[in-house]
Design a protein around this ligand. Structure first.
Ligand code: ZN
Length: 195
C-alpha cells in the first residue's frame, strides 16, 4: 500500500484525528492517534499487518512476541499471516514479564510487534526478555512510528506509517492563536470537530 492509502485508512476509521487536541502531557497537538480505532475492524487489521508480514516473510522467524495490550492484535495477526506462533508479555506491578507459562526456546528467533512506538520503551523491555531467555531478536514491526526517526533498537525496524509527533506548549500553540476550540481526546467533542 502507498503511504497516503495507509493514512487514508487511519483517517476513515477515526484512528487518526485532525483538529486541536489536549494531550495527556498537557501539550497541544493538531492530531491525535488511537490505533485501536483502526484495529477494531478485522479486515483493516489484516491489511495493515500485511505490510509487516510481507516485509518479514523472508526473514528467519520462529515466533512473534508483543507487549500487551497494544501489541497483542498486531502480533497475533502478523503471526497468523506468517504462519508462526504468537506469545505476549504483560506488566505485573509495572514490570514487563513473560507469564501464562509462555516459553522462549534457546536460539528461537523472534519478531517483535507493537502498535505505536514513541520512545520505544515497551519494545526495549521485550527485547530484554527475549535475550535473557536465550532467544534472538530478528526485527521489530510496528504500525505507527512516532519517534521522528530517533529510535535505534539495533535490529531492523519496519513501520507501516511514520507520524511526526508534533506537540506544542499551550502558550506557544499556533492552533490556540487561530482560536480553534481545544478538545480532549476520548470526549464526544472530538467527533463533533471531525464532522
Ligand atoms: Zn492549543
Amino acid at each position: 500500500m502507498r503511504n497516503n492509502e495507509i493514512a487514508d485508512i487511519f483517517i476513515k476509521s477515526n484512528a487518526l484525528l485532525k483538529g486541536h487536541f489536549l494531550l495527556t502531557s498537557g501539550k497541544h497537538s493538531d492530531q491525535y492517534f488511537q490505533c485501536a480505532q483502526a484495529l477494531q475492524y478485522p479486515d483493516i487489521t489484516t491489511k495493515i499487518c500485511g505490510e509487516l508480514s510481507s516485509f518479514y516473510r523472508e526473514f528467519s522467524i520462529d515466533s512473534v512476541i508483543a507487549p500487551a495490550m497494544g501489541g497483542i492484535i498486531v502480533g497475533q495477526e502478523t503471526a497468523r499471516q506468517l504462519g508462526k506462533r504468537f506469545i505476549f508479555t504483560e506488566r505485573e506491578n509495572k514490570e514487563m514479564k513473560l507469564r501464562r507459562n509462555f516459553k522462549i526456546e534457546e536460539g528461537e528467533n523472534f519478531l517483535i510487534c507493537e502498535d505505536v512506538i514513541t520512545t520505544g520503551g515497551s519494545v526495549r523491555e521485550v527485547i530484554d526478555i527475549v535475550e535473557q531467555n536465550g532467544g534472538n531478536v530478528v526485527g521489530v514491526g510496528v504500525i505507527v512510528d512516532r519517534s521522528n526517526g530517533k529510535i535505534d533498537f539495533g535490529y531492523p525496524l519496519k513501520s507501516v506509517l511514520k507520524l511526526e509527533a508534533k506537540a506544542y506548549e499551550p502558550d506557544e500553540c499556533p492552533l490556540c492563536k487561530q482560536g480553534l476550540p481545544l478538545v480532549k481526546p476520548g470526549s464526544r467533542k472530538v467527533f463533533q470537530v471531525m464532522e
